[in-house]
Design a protein around this ligand. Structure first.
Ligand SMILES: [Zn+2]
Length: 188
């Protein structure tokens, strides 16, 4: 009976014990399980695209991968549904079985990228995902999205001390991004 391989397992028989050989491969695989437990996660079944470069080296197979996926969930401020691109890279040596304890080994002429892909994706997921960087969140009284109801944004919700501080630091920051007031002056 054939060994059951994970969907992210790659056959490297053509590279085994041929140092210097190299091959690139693309995998488009539905996530076999959900990746992540937070506000956003890569859902089971959503497509995970992996571009992997496999290099035969003396000790084993060096895998360098770029992973593209989409995390779905909720904005941490306004709870609206969001989808965020997830792009991560990793490199790992899959050693030939040598009796030494390697975390990753070439097994049955295959390298299994699944746990590496899962770990890299989970680490890349934001703890505080937002629909947009300046999402104003929800109105504390009505629970409505402030982005949809700008009339609910009262001046008190923008602390004037922060506005003043922002202007102060911008003007002290010589030679960097011009502040809004500088830009206004230069436009003339
Ligand atoms: Zn939001």
């Amino acid at each position: 009976m054939a060994v059951q391989h994970s969907p992210f397992s790659v056959n490297v028989r053509d590279l085994v014990n041929r140092p210097g050989e190299m091959r690139e491969q693309r995998l488009d695989v539905p996530a076999p399980e959900q990746y992540g437990e937070g506000l956003v996660a890569v859902r089971q079944g959503s497509e995970v695209a992996v571009d992997v470069r496999l290099e035969s080296v003396h000790e084993g197979i060096l895998a360098s991968a770029e992973v593209d996926a989409t995390a779905e969930g909720e904005c941490g401020r306004c709870l609206t549904d969001i989808a965020l691109p997830v792009e991560v890279e990793f490199q790992e040596l899959f050693a030939y079985h040598s009796g030494e304890a390697f975390e990753y080994e070439v097994q049955d002429d295959h390298v299994d990228l699944e746990s590496l892909i899962r770990d890299a994706v989970v680490l890349a997921l934001p703890f505080q995902p937002v629909c947009r960087p300046d999402c104003p969140g929800l109105d504390p009284v009505t629970g409505l999205r402030l982005a949809d109801h700008p009339e609910l944004v009262t001046p008190e919700q923008t602390d004037p001390r922060w506005a003043a501080l922002a202007g102060f630091t911008a003007s002290e920051d010589e030679g960097t991004v011009p502040s809004a007031s500088d830009a206004d002056q230069k436009r003339d």
